[in-house]
Design a protein around this ligand. Structure first.
Ligand code: SAH
Length: 344
């Protein structure tokens, strides 16, 4: 049985038009699902019983089960562990920023890329999440907190750009004023750099923010870190795709760089990284560099860079006209920080 969240608008419309012969019910039903966030069709008080019955026999509203909820000591971050219908676990992380709720969501079960420093890659890759399963992470958290999510980060488990068609349908629903009504600047997609997908998303021009996981100044080093497993794109190609993206959409770009002690955090590498950014004409007001402190994951020997090396790295970028911020670490105590979602 499909969930109703998996349907495209045209499919729901056709179902109401042909099967129920009441196409004007479309907006009512969308409102119940996305605004009132019903968990059962029996909650639709303005629908006749026969329609409720038709909908309930044909479609589910929820398939994910929250199996664990972990709160950080600050209470600002909550990690949700969901079980899918085929008994796999996926994760979403609720973050509070300036009083607003942001949700970091998963796009796949496991991750086929397998960056060596990331725990999502240690989880066996099973499959893409469906459009419904991705949207349901948001609806379930909204049900749980009895509030709205104001920002979405595709930075959970998986590589979103390898689940392109579903991600496009999800973004369409997020921006839809009759559904989630989230502003384009409050949606960020982080990718390891699937070049054709970045270009295709630029052409669709949703205007959402793009983040590129670069993590190394040299291709051989990035390959060694496992960021180019399974795909084969050079840093230059990925940066060019990022430039194409902002030129086409006029939105903003983040370049992500996980700082790993003694591996990619020397000032020599900072100079090389700065040169790359300059060469690709990415020193601009709408591009920023995000230096991510490494978060502990199981079975790796990586360590977080010292504050001094982070500061030196930042200074080199600054002297090259590049503004960087170090990402605030959130939820490390509950294994909910970047790269920790596969840890329990
Ligand atoms: N597949 C997407 C989303 C990954 S999660 C991507 O590759 O961009 C978001 C960010 O966290 C990525 O930049 C990822 O490389 C980074 N990350 C992964 N493991 C990490 C770790 N252990 N510590 C800090 N950041 C990590």
């Amino acid at each position: 049985m499909k969930t109703i969240l998996d349907l495209l608008d045209s499919e729901l419309y056709d179902f109401l038009n042909k099967k129920i012969k009441q196409k004007y019910r479309f907006n009512q039903i969308i409102n119940w699902i996305y605004k009132k966030k019903i968990k059962s069709f029996s909650e639709c008080t303005n629908l006749p019983k026969n329609i409720i019955k038709e909908l309930s026999t044909k479609y589910k509203l929820r398939t994910l089960r929250i199996i664990q909820k972990k709160k950080s000591i600050t209470n600002e971050t909550i990690k949700y562990i969901f079980q899918t219908i085929d008994n796999n676990n996926i994760f979403a992380v609720l973050l509070k920023k300036a009083g607003k709720n942001k949700l970091c969501i998963s796009s796949q079960i496991g991750c086929p890329i397998k960056c060596d420093f990331c725990s999502s890659g240690k989880v066996k890759f099973v499959r893409n999440l469906t459009k419904g399963e991705i949207l349901e992470q948001i609806l379930q958290v909204e049900n749980d907190i009895k509030g709205n999510i104001a920002g979405v980060l595709f930075m959970g488990m998986g590589e979103p750009m390898l689940n392109f068609n579903n991600i496009v349908s999800v973004i369409t629903a997020l921006l839809d004023k009759n559904k989630f009504k989230i502003g384009k600047k409050h949606i960020t997609i982080s990718t390891i750099g699937i070049v054709p997908a970045i270009k295709n998303l630029a052409k669709i021009n949703f205007g959402i923010r793009m983040a590129l996981s670069i993590h190394a100044p040299y291709d051989f080093q990035r390959d060694k870190l496992g960021c180019n497993n399974f795909i084969k794109f050079s840093i230059a190609d990925i940066m060019n795709a990022g430039k194409y993206y902002i030129d086409k959409t006029n939105s903003s770009l983040t370049i992500e760089y996980v700082l790993l002690k003694g591996i990619n955090d020397s000032t020599k590498m900072a100079h090389k990284f700065a040169r790359l950014i300059r060469q690709h004409k990415l020193v601009r007001y709408n591009v920023n560099v995000n230096l991510i402190p490494y978060n502990y994951t199981y079975n790796t020997s990586y360590r977080r860079s010292t504050d001094i090396s982070i500061h030196k790295f930042k200074t080199v970028l600054y002297l090259n006209g590049i503004i960087s911020i170090s990402r605030k670490i959130k939820g490390e105590d509950i294994n909910a920080a970047c790269g920790q979602l596969g840890c329990y």
